[in-house]
Design a protein around this ligand. Structure first.
Ligand code: NAD
Length: 279
């Protein structure tokens, strides 16, 4: 493999460094997961985004072990599954995640969804994550799919400000309001479904920028996220795409390209709405 510029890191609000690009493994069959993660680590990825809900933590752990890359050089995120929001359930679920990943700690642990009050109290769940954080078994803790009103409640009732908020963001769903709120409170924004699960890749605005720059549509969209300052972990199980998605640090989009892609925003989600999802 020819040399590629290394992935920049961002510094979270507690001083922890996170690579701005990683590999996501949502909907990756456990049987394919170890090979995908090994392929990414081989290319140079040092950040993997998994979750108990994805059912492939064991296979992620196996890949990290088999890769020979030292554990402390790989940033691993996992997430608390819906249904384990009660304080003690959260602690038990976290212990299970460590066991499945076969590691003593995760770099980042998130509440996967805030859920509706009928499914539990995410502020109480957050206090369990604070305990985990203070024990050193998660180097940073954060949330996913939280809107500003959810975060405001954490600010009022709990101690630790989340290090990240992982939310759906892509050119069709730019979420600039939530991103600005995160920034205002020192919370890093992670963009899930950064490629709109593939659906933005044949948009004429994206393909015309890609043609001009002699890059692929996926590279252009990932570059748009990187230049906005967000953290991304596109999912792929195809080694050539895993490598393609990594090669985004040796070109730049112009301000005009950035504005043209941002103007595609149509408030269109691929996934669930945090204000109605109940797991
Ligand atoms: P994504 O936007 O990363 O799209 C993935 C799809 O894009 C692939 O299945 C493939 O079809 C296509 N693709 C990938 N690389 C390509 C390339 N180079 N060329 C052409 N097509 C390509 O969607 P995602 O998997 O939903 O999101 C990424 C990650 O975000 C997930 O794997 C997961 O880690 C995380 N995520 C988190 C949540 C959450 O609730 N916190 C929800 C969804 C996803």
């Amino acid at each position: 493999m020819s040399s590629v510029p290394s992935v920049p890191t961002l510094t979270l609000n507690n001083g922890v460094e996170i690579p701005q690009l990683g590999l996501g493994v949502f909907q990756v069959d456990p049987q394919e997961t170890t090979a995908s993660v090994l392929s990414a680590l081989e290319v140079g990825y040092r950040h993997i985004d998994t979750a108990e809900m994805y059912g492939n933590e064991k296979e992620v752990g196996r890949a990290v072990r088999e890769s020979g890359v030292p554990r402390d050089e790989v940033f691993i995120t996992s997430k608390l599954n819906n249904g384990f929001h009660a304080h003690d359930d959260a602690l038990t679920a976290f212990a299970r995640t460590l066991e499945d990943l076969d590691t003593d700690y995760v770099d980042l642990f998130l509440i996967h969804w805030p859920l509706l009050p009928s499914r539990g109290d995410y502020a109480d769940t957050w206090r369990a994550l604070e305990e985990i954080y203070h024990s050193g078994r998660a180097k940073a803790i954060g949330v996913s799919n939280f809107n500003p009103h959810h975060l405001n409640r954490l600010f009022e009732e709990t101690e630790v400000v989340p290090a990240v908020n992982q939310i759906e963001i892509h050119p069709y769903f730019a979420q600039d309001d939530v991103r600005a709120f995160n920034t205002e409170h020192g919370i890093a924004t992670e963009a899930w479904a950064p490629l709109t699960q593939g659906k933005v890749l044949d948009d004429p605005v994206v393909t015309s920028v890609a043609e001009r720059l002699e890059r692929t549509p996926a590279q252009v969209v990932l570059r748009w996220h990187i230049q906005r300052g967000d953290i991304v972990f596109p999912k792929s199980v195809t080694p050539s795409r895993i490598e393609e998605n990594f090669r985004i640090f040796d070109f730049e989009l112009t301000a005009g390209d950035m504005a043209a892609i941002t103007s595609l925003d149509r408030n269109w989600r691929t996934g669930l709405d945090p204000d109605t999802n109940n797991g």
